[in-house]
Design a protein around this ligand. Structure first.
Ligand code: URA
Ligand code: URA
Length: 320
């Protein structure tokens, strides 16, 4: 289907639901609708939480092109090519040092800047230590994780928990870190939270076997304490390499920690939900951690909405 028609239909639908802004740029839905030749106006105007990146997938380049042709600034294509970094103040104002420029990029890397509609994609290659970057299978990564001493968690953990599932998964679930049960068995998300995760996946017609399930950290922090920044830094290359090898169509980050870590932001989960972000060029959606749902069942409905968004991204991607 023509990308413009598709986009217009989508926006019409969202407008009927009362949404009035895109996260991609300064334009709101009305502006884009005008550009796309739609008629009518919105009935209501409420706070937005809409991303046209929901259209990511099959039409991804087409809708980018359509929006671009219509004069809208969009973020770079999602896969293969290196994302285009938008101009930053560092480039537009006085020359600054490389360090400053890097710092500015780092603070924004991977973040959907809702007000400006920019995704600053980082040049991560240099962050991946050579050895991990060269691991050529999920098994090789698991083996490396098993003997990993890049941080101290290996010393207190019982088993590494590298992750498990379909090497060709279209959807990857990312949690925080292994808990007690996971540490005992070496398998991700198999405790109570894990059982709920299985049900969440079932709600969008997926089994654990179809997807890939892993965590930001591959070893359990003692007593389930929060992961330390240096542990995240040490362990992240494994997750990045796993994603490079699997090449999923969508990542679902479960919980504040996974979401904020992957998106390098302190933005509360509530504000990250409902948008399609990107992680290393892969669409990423954010939702509550199943353990949080066990404590607060009222979050089940929004979680359902979030995973349906992930499902829509899968369904709009070309068959592979
Ligand atoms: N989503 C996945 O992750 N894997 C499949 O095989 C199908 C859908
Ligand atoms: N919580 C997580 O974040 N990951 C697991 O694997 C288990 C519980």
């Amino acid at each position: 289907m023509d990308a413009r028609v598709l986009l217009r239909r989508y926006l019409e639908q969202r407008r009927e639901l009362g949404e009035s802004e895109l996260v991609l740029d300064a334009l709101n839905v009305e502006d884009v609708m005008r550009l796309l030749g739609a008629t009518g106006t919105s009935v209501r105007s409420i706070e937005p939480r809409l991303s046209v990146r929901e259209l990511a997938g099959e039409q991804s380049d087409n809708w980018r092109t359509a929006l671009h042709d219509a004069g809208v600034m969009v973020d770079a294509p999602t896969s293969g090519s290196k994302p285009v970094a938008p101009r930053t103040t560092a480039e537009t104002s006085e020359p600054t040092t490389t360090a400053e420029t890097k710092k500015e990029m780092a603070t924004r890397k991977g973040i959907v800047v809702a007000s400006k509609g920019i995704v600053v994609a980082p040049d991560e290659a240099e962050l991946i230590p050579g050895a991990i970057e060269k691991l050529d299978s999920l098994e090789a990564i698991a083996k490396q994780v098993k003997k990993c001493t890049r941080c101290t968690l290996h010393a207190t953990a019982t088993n590494p928990v590298p992750g498990e599932g379909n090497p060709n998964a279209e959807l990857v679930c990312v949690g925080e870190a292994p808990g007690a049960k996971e540490d005992e068995t070496g398998r991700p998300f198999i405790g109570l939270a894990g059982q709920l995760l299985t049900k969440i996946l079932a709600a969008i017609d997926l089994t654990r076997e179809q997807v890939f399930i892993c965590n930001v950290l591959k070893h359990r922090p003692p007593g389930n304490r929060n992961p330390l920044p240096q542990e995240v830094e040490a362990c992240s290359p494994y997750l990045i390499r796993q994603l490079e090898l699997i090449k999923p169509k969508v990542i679902v980050a479960f919980g504040t920690f996974a979401a904020q870590t992957l998106l390098n932001t302190k933005t509360p989960l509530g504000q990250l939900r409902g948008l399609v972000h990107q992680y290393h060029g892969i669409p990423l959606v954010v939702t509550y951690h199943p353990a949080a749902l066990l404590r607060n069942p009222a979050w089940k409905r929004p979680t359902w909405e979030d995973v349906k968004l992930a499902r829509r991204i899968l369904d709009s991607s070309p068959r592979s």
